[in-house]
Design a protein around this ligand. Sequence first.
Ligand SMILES: [Fe+2]
Length: 254
Amino acid sequence: MSHSRMSILEETGYVVLDSWGDPMDPSEWRDLAYVDWKSSGDTRFAPLKSAYGDIECNGFWHHNPPKADKDGVDVPHNVSRAPTLMKRVAEVGARVGRCRIIELQPNTYGDALYNSHLDDNNRLNPEGEGWIVRCFMQLTDDSDSVMVLRHDINDPSTETRLALPAGAQLVVDSERMWHSVWHPGSEPRYCLITSFESSPELEDWINRNNPRTKVDGESIDAEYAATMEASAQARRQARTDYYGYDPSAVYSEA
Ligand SMILES: [Fe+2]
């Protein structure tokens, strides 16, 4: 027996939904308690749900008792300051694991490729239950930033770049898809990232939000892309040589 998965993610590994329309008060992400937690570059995270409600971002399987990335517990300090975000998550109606806001400092396309990784979403997930996927709800209006997705990190032709204006909503099988964000802005990017269990409820929510499983993606200057590709792959190789393995291919905890 394996995990139950949603057919909508089968072909491309992602789905782009209609944007969240209502404006949000930036205090819902600015006034939270953040912890240093490195993922895909220079990042911090503000947990809204953690393994047992503490202000920390560790994988649920590291706790005592360990558990799969489900049934996250509200972090009171942050939840009380982010009522709209919590409402958005609850409206999905699916089982929630890790739920936190990422703060990402500006970077280059090459940095994004260097930091691209696969997530560790399904450790301890019992066979027969729903496969855990990630939902990304963009908070800041970073219209020039993109989520960089690849089926094969070593094959640029498998890349799709998804735009990140305020309110953008994406669901990604991030344990299968290489991912990171290229954020060329001058201010940090904020995004709500939630682990959801694949389920009829999650599928219904996706279907209510005009899902697109294949988009053209944002364009990129070919010469710039080639230069960044070469430098990023050299940096990735140097890291692999240093560790003796590719740490980004060992499912990341972020
Ligand atoms: Fe990730």
